[in-house]
Write a protein that binds this ligand. Structure first.
Ligand code: AMP
Length: 182
């Protein structure tokens, strides 16, 4: 049983590592970005509301992702544990998650912070070729990360077990380091 948050800037490798660890631990990997991209592709109400923000590299309004996470963590497969990737992205979302976890009678086991320098991030993101990976949007996403998400490092240092892992290494080395922690 594990309930984990993977924190880190865009391009840090959260998604890749969360996928590996989740399959190893047989718990769901929950990526708000992936759920939102699927909603945009399916032109659902959520997708239509989120699209413009995502295209610009801005965060979508908190209530959209708060509702989405509430629904997802309430599904039966999430009783076994979960790895959150891309959520929470700001203090309001972190506070809301804390409430939700308490309400579900659960505990958050650990927050893993993947640390990667900016040069590596931009290089990785540019080579990924996702729709929101143009240079202008990448720069905005990094700014949004620094302004809104990075404060969560201090937040979780104060509230929870936060472990920082050097993410500027080959994928397998990072996975090995993560396996030791979680
Ligand atoms: P990601 O795949 O995590 O990089 O997310 C892609 C985009 O989805 C972000 O740039 C945001 O526009 C949106 N997004 C994903 N997760 C969140 C979240 N927790 N809060 C607000 N917006 C989010």
């Amino acid at each position: 049983m594990a309930r984990l948050i993977f924190l880190g800037p865009p391009g840090a490798g959260k998604g890749t590592q969360a996928m590996v660890l989740a399959s190893l631990k047989q718990i769901p990997h929950i990526s708000t970005g992936e759920i939102l991209r699927a909603a945009v592709a399916g032109q659902t109400t959520l997708g239509v509301k989120a699209k413009g923000y995502m295209d610009r590299g801005e965060l979508v309004p908190d209530q959209l992702v708060i509702d989405l996470i509430r629904e997802r963590l309430g599904e039966s497969d999430a009783e076994a544990g979960w790895i959150l990737d891309g959520y929470p992205r700001n203090v309001a979302q972190a506070d809301s998650l804390a409430e939700l976890v308490t309400e579900l009678g659960q505990t958050l086991d650990r927050v893993v912070n993947l640390d990667v320098p900016d040069e590596t991030l931009v290089e990785r993101l540019l080579s990924r070729g996702r729709k929101d990976d143009s240079e202008k949007v990448i720069r905005r996403r990094l700014e949004v990360y620094r302004e809104q998400t990075a404060p969560l490092i201090k937040y979780y240092e104060a509230h929870q077990n936060l472990t920082t892992v050097d993410g500027d290494r080959p994928l397998e080395e990072v996975t090995t380091a993560l396996k030791e922690i979680v």
